[in-house]
Design a protein around this ligand. Structure first.
Ligand SMILES: *Cc1c(COP(=O)(O)O)cnc(C)c1O
Length: 437
């Protein structure tokens, strides 16, 4: 060790270095969440200086129309004045109490009002915590250990749920990440999404061992997939018959596709639901809730332990309440769907003109662009899309000032702030980018 390093554990470089080079040196992969590193599209991520409405401003001064929307939360666009004012107001009263406060009650009442299936709700700080806790609760409530998830559905990064691959209905899950004990993975059965007969086969073989089925009712984490009509109803019927809890993970879709999420759109009542993203208004919040008799199994009323130092954080709760009240006031869902269709139609027309097979599943403000000749119904299908072509589109769009998801397997998001000039310009630029492919 050189002398001058001894007193400086993080020596400042003599030469100015790019932010990403500095980040790579001190943060694994340079990022605090993997997809931000652009590995699946190549290149180096930009750094955001600020975000306003539909646009991000990068550290090198570029303005980008943003279709990532902080991966879902920013349904009102970035830095909305009403949400900012709510946070500023809460800030005058303190940043964390570690004790009950009125805001928690108000947010719980708002959530239960829009999600009739949620009779009681517990707040936490991320979607990962919400799904992890819902699974523990389902196991504690039913006294069963095994759960079912579907390939391509992402439910955060807890051990039981970070398992994607599985071949055949009864194949035991394989860990999707290093560090997950095989014994844990064995308790998670992975089935293909959108496949009634795979479900039937499992429940015939295992009629009374499954604690819960967790599903993204519309899948947004392998691109965007809307299941076939009747699939969710079939799942509801089977789980009810077998005493298995049905958990809708609506962290992404809750308040985004309808105030009451996919369960409102499809008129299905799950036993438990998980929320996050929009309900935090851009600050860290998650929630899980459902039937009172199940929720009452949680500590302190029941034996299933779950807790959080920052759960119900007053700033995050204030931001969430402001975001939900704004949704109630504006009821922007028809408008968002119009924006979604405009983008879908523009992309499809450009691809048709160019002779490139493209699928654009879209519902309201969620969409994705699959370079695929077939409509995408599941994970296996999604993986057959041309990801290299998507990477080229991503960079062509970025060069034209439009930020699409930096992966072929992520959904795109639209906000109310995209209405007007931003969506028109984005459609033009995305069409031009497709034309350049
Ligand atoms: C984002 C997401 C999660 C995880 O939420 P985090 O806040 O990132 O932990 C869980 N489920 C779904 C469906 C999601 O989209």
């Amino acid at each position: 060790m050189k002398d001058n390093e001894r007193f400086s554990p993080n020596p400042i470089e003599a030469q100015p270095t790019s932010l990403f080079a500095r980040a790579e040196k001190r943060i694994p992969g340079g990022v605090n969440s993997p997809v931000r590193a652009f590995r699946s599209v190549g290149g180096t991520p930009f750094f955001v200086r600020s975000a306003q409405g539909a646009t991000l401003t990068t550290e090198d001064g570029r303005e980008l129309i943003d279709f990532v929307c902080t991966w879902g939360p920013a349904i009102h666009g970035h830095n909305h004045p009403r949400i900012r004012a709510a946070i500023a107001d809460a800030l005058t009263r303190g940043t964390s109490f570690g004790a009950p406060h009125a805001g928690e009650v108000e947010l719980a009442e708002l959530i239960t009002k829009f999600f009739p299936s949620i009779q009681k709700v517990r707040l936490c700080s991320s979607g990962t915590e919400a799904t992890m806790s819902a699974i523990r609760l389902a196991r504690g409530f039913t006294g069963r250990d095994r759960i079912i998830k579907f390939s391509g559905c992402y439910h955060g990064h807890s051990d039981s749920l970070l398992i994607k691959a599985g071949s055949g209905a009864l194949t035991h899950g394989h860990p999707d990440s290093a560090g997950i004990p095989a014994a844990f993975a064995r308790e998670t059965l992975v089935l293909p999404y959108n496949d009634c007969s795979a479900l039937d086969a499992v429940f015939t073989a295992e009629p009374d061992t499954i604690a819960a089925v967790i599903i993204e009712p519309y899948c947004g984490n392998v691109g965007f997939i809307i299941p076939d009509p009747g699939y969710l109803a079939h799942l509801r019927k089977l789980t009810a018959k077998h005493g298995t809890l049905l958990i809708f993970d609506e962290v992404m879709t809750g308040f985004r596709l309808a105030p009451g999420g996919v369960q409102e759109l499809e008129a299905i009542t799950p036993d438990l639901s998980c929320l996050g993203k929009i309900i935090g208004g851009g600050l860290p919040v998650g929630a899980f809730g459902g039937r009172s008799d199940i929720m009452d199994a949680l500590a302190p009323s029941g034996p299933v332990y779950q807790a959080g130092t920052l759960s119900g954080n007053p700033l995050a709760v204030a931001a969430g309440i402001a975001a939900l009240l704004l949704l109630e006031e504006l009821n922007p869902y028809a408008q968002l769907d119009t924006l979604g269709r405009q983008l879908r139609d523009a992309a499809l027309a450009a691809a048709r003109a160019k002779g490139i097979p493209l699928q654009v599943p879209q519902c309201g403000s969620m969409f994705s662009l699959f370079f695929n000749a077939e409509p995408v119904r599941d994970y296996a299908n999604a993986l057959k899309s041309d990801a290299a072509l998507y990477a080229r589109l991503f960079h062509a769009a970025l060069a034209r000032g439009v930020y699409l998801a930096p992966s072929a397997y992520e959904a795109g998001f639209i906000s109310t702030a995209h209405a007007g000039e931003a969506i028109d310009r984005a459609c033009e630029q995305i069409s031009a980018a497709i034309h350049e492919l």
